[in-house]
Design a protein around this ligand. Structure first.
Ligand code: BTN
Length: 278
């Protein structure tokens, strides 16, 4: 059962109102909660019940926020932005066939670009993308994206795109402090989270619309610019028999990360697997 939504804070309504011309219907349905298990779960329930493209779920607190690869996303009350958006394949111009699931993963690249640009605009921080869509400042993670696709016999039904932004240092535990950061820790002063959220949703609306009309080509060059670590960085990539050392060698036309393996110089394409960065 979907929990009961509370009133959307007026600074958020106002910040969205100032960007209405960029939102293309995104956040016309915006549900705000004080506490949920995970905003992705709530958005998934709403999507399964027919929620429209661009429906947004925000919570002030998540009991079971989750990240990629089964990790936990620390979500203490009021310390971060915890947001999920329902995306419909027909609005993204993704076919519903089996190939659409792979195409859905490229939507997450578009989301990384959109959120990096939004954070740069709303905070002035030099946010970069660590492939595929971790957003980092000075190598420390500020924002993570978790896209979950729902498929049925007919193919892709919808995608729930969740993102978490660390606003206050309390958004992550002390043991992650060498790997995580927050907007306020970087800036040394407070920010208006309503502005960050509204700019994030406006950039997402714009980038997903561009993706729908022009495909991944519309964002790949920007993605390369924003992710300097996708070329020349030392990494290890997961393969069936262990981890292989290599050096990143750019992004392929479909958004895959290219890695030159140290062993034999061959180029390995990483599509969705885990990458360890050094
Ligand atoms: C990652 O970097 O591992 C992805 C983190 C995604 C966290 C967000 S917070 C809002 C949404 N709800 C969740 O449970 N996870 C995503």
């Amino acid at each position: 059962m979907v929990p009961t939504a509370i009133k959307v804070p007026s600074p958020v309504r106002e910040a969205l109102g100032r960007r209405a011309h960029r939102l293309s219907g995104f956040a016309s349905s915006l549900l705000w909660f004080d506490r949920v298990s995970s905003t992705n779960d709530v958005a998934e329930q709403l999507a399964a019940a027919g929620a429209e493209h661009g429906t947004v779920v925000v919570a002030e607190d998540q009991e079971r926020g989750r990240g990629r690869q089964g990790r936990t996303w620390f979500s203490p009350a009021g310390s971060g932005l915890y947001v999920s958006v329902v995306l419909r394949p027909e609005e993204l111009r993704l076919a519903r066939g089996p190939e659409s699931l792979a195409a859905a993963s490229s939507v997450t690249l578009a989301a990384g670009v959109a959120l990096a640009e939004a954070l740069r605009t709303s905070t002035g921080l030099p946010v970069e993308i660590k492939w595929p869509n971790d957003l980092v400042v000075g190598g420390r993670k500020l924002c993570g994206v978790l896209a979950e696709a729902s498929a049925a016999v007919g193919g892709l039904q919808h995608v729930v795109l969740g993102f978490g932004i660390n606003v206050l240092p309390a958004a992550f535990p002390i043991e992650l402090s060498d790997r995580a950061t927050s907007i306020e820790a970087e800036l040394g002063h407070a920010v208006d989270p309503a502005e960050v959220l509204a700019e994030g949703l406006a950039c997402l609306a714009e980038r997903t619309r561009a993706f729908a009309s022009g495909g991944l080509g519309t964002i790949l060059d920007r993605c390369r610019e924003l992710s300097p670590s996708s070329s020349g960085a030392s990494v290890e990539v997961a393969a069936p028999h262990g981890w292989y050392a290599g050096t990143t060698a750019g992004l392929d036309r479909d958004g895959a990360l290219l890695v030159r393996l140290a062993d034999n110089g061959e180029i390995h394409r990483v599509i969705a697997g885990e990458v360890r960065w050094h």
